[in-house]
Ligand binder design. Sequence first.
Ligand SMILES: Cc1ncc(COP(=O)(O)O)c(C=O)c1O
Length: 398
Amino acid sequence: MNILEQIRKELPWLEDKVSYDLTRGKPSSDQLDISQQYLEKINQPYHIDGVDIRNYGLPEGLPSAKALGADIMGTSAEETLALDNSSLSLMQQILSCGYFLGFDKAKLDQNSKFICPVPGYDRHFKLLENFGFEMISIPFADDGPDLQALAQVLEQEANVAGIVCVPRHSNPTGHSYSDANVSEMFNLISQKKDNFMILWDNAYACHDLKPTIKQSSANEIAKNCGVWDNLFHLSSTSKITLAGSGIAFLSMSSSNINQFIDYRNSVTPGPNKMNQGLHVEYFKTISIEEQMNKLKEVILPKFELTEQYLSELQQEGLCEYKSPTGGYFFTFDSTSGKAKEIIDHCDQLGLKLLPLGSCHPNGKDSANRTIRIAPTFPDLQSLERCMQIFSKVVKYLN
Ligand SMILES: Cc1ncc(COP(=O)(O)O)c(C=O)c1O
């Protein structure tokens, strides 16, 4: 009997041919129901902050939406823009602006290279790849990117013009960078401050599930290290209220704000202020902290369940993983270098995982090790089934 037949025999419910999916970090419907419950209690405003939000205007976003972004990111409202629905698309616009017009201290061209702490977020890599930028991988240390590796790349490589970081509950490893790591990183980068773009994707700024280190404002650290004009600090409410229908935020120096708004004026006549107004009203009925606690009640049991399976596999020497204290992901590293075989076998049993290499620039995981697990979307019972399939495949393949 081959492995697939053996597992089908042990898990008879696989005959139902239900498909299971751990690919994307999507909120579950239970999470979205929490937001809907509060949205139903509020009325859509049409005027807010003395502004008629039905009309064009305010390219920087509504003042009270900017203040909301500042609360989430630990920035100040004056330094923060409230824009459209996706921080990823803002990152694309920052890169375009840097490429076609150039920021004072961040000008990109076809020879620009970006440093990427790895494993990282597949959409970041795809975005950088789309611009034709070479990506240089560096590993992680416990408290953030490996700074020795970073120093070496900065010293040895020509045309290094940027780095992309997810500083809290990193996608997918769960790293939260220490202040010491960020300060040293920014100090190293300051050698290149005449032309460097720090893409600081704070997508999981307030998504703690367990006690997590406190972090100082990246803006303040950047100012102290002389790289404030190099920092492009992003976040959104996608994983706080409604995914894809939230507000994306961007915090940076006033000269970068001016250049970016000037560029954005040719991209859009202005952000969706109706949605910004709705979010401002929303957070009058529930605080960000209360909202995140409610989401935690749904997400934490899924993380605990996933971890039960991974810690058993780790004890048997079949994987390495780092226990995340928040965010949306686990990273599974196959100790025997069988990630592709695991992904393929799971696929044949009806469990979808991201393809091999998704957490690496250009899809290249030459060690055949890394699999991202995104446990939030399925309900608990389906997640249990996903992890049963996954764990049996790992065990039988080793
Ligand atoms: C690190 C990171 N950045 C950005 C996003 C997308 O955010 P948005 O919906 O604001 O584009 C995600 C979504 O999974 C993410 O993990």
